[in-house]
Ligand binder design. Structure first.
Ligand code: SAM
Length: 149
């Protein structure tokens, strides 16, 4: 069943979410946006089922469980900006395609990687060569903190 899409912001890091919170409050949309502190993939799966999963308000966390296993938000989103774990962009796309209306817009950050994806190997600055490869793994860069899926 098609529902009305919630406005949601997902980030695995509370610190990152709280960085944006003053701006969200300043433009007075804090009551409209669900700030979801979660890894993106499980949060997207939950979004598909129910619009009210985690709602952070000051220090309180409200958790709403869907009453039944429905895809309440299927085909209801019209815009997303994706700027998380690059290796998972393909996986995010799978769920986003289910969440989105026909004609919806999904913007992926860093896909052109400073234009280097279209350059000949010898034109690419040495420091960017490994990171423009299709199977380059962000986890290697953040090896000490471990993988975040
Ligand atoms: C480059 S920052 C961009 C933040 C924001 N879009 C901006 O431009 O200011 C990437 C963000 O993705 C978050 N992130 C990384 N992996 C994630 C994952 N698997 N699930 C959810 N968030 C993730 C990080 O915590 C970080 O806040």
């Amino acid at each position: 069943m098609m529902g009305t899409a919630p406005d949601a912001a997902i980030d695995v890091s509370r610190e990152s979410s709280e960085t944006g919170l003053p701006i969200i409050k300043k433009v007075e949309v804090d009551l409209k946006i669900n700030l979801m502190e979660s890894r993106a993939l499980p949060a997207l799966d939950q979004l598909l089922k129910d619009e009210k999963i985690l709602f952070f308000s000051k220090s309180l966390i409200y958790i709403f469980f869907p009453e039944q296993d429905t895809n309440e938000n299927e085909s209801s989103f019209d815009y997303a900006f994706v700027d998380a774990h690059k290796d998972n962009y393909r996986n995010y796309r799978e769920t986003l395609m289910t969440l989105f209306k026909v004609g919806g817009i999904v913007i992926y950050d860093n896909t052109l990687w400073g234009g280097t994806v279209a350059m000949a190997e010898e034109q690419v600055p040495e420091i960017l060569r490994s990171t423009r490869q299709p199977n380059w793994n962000l986890d290697k860069l953040f090896a000490s903190s471990g993988p975040i899926r």
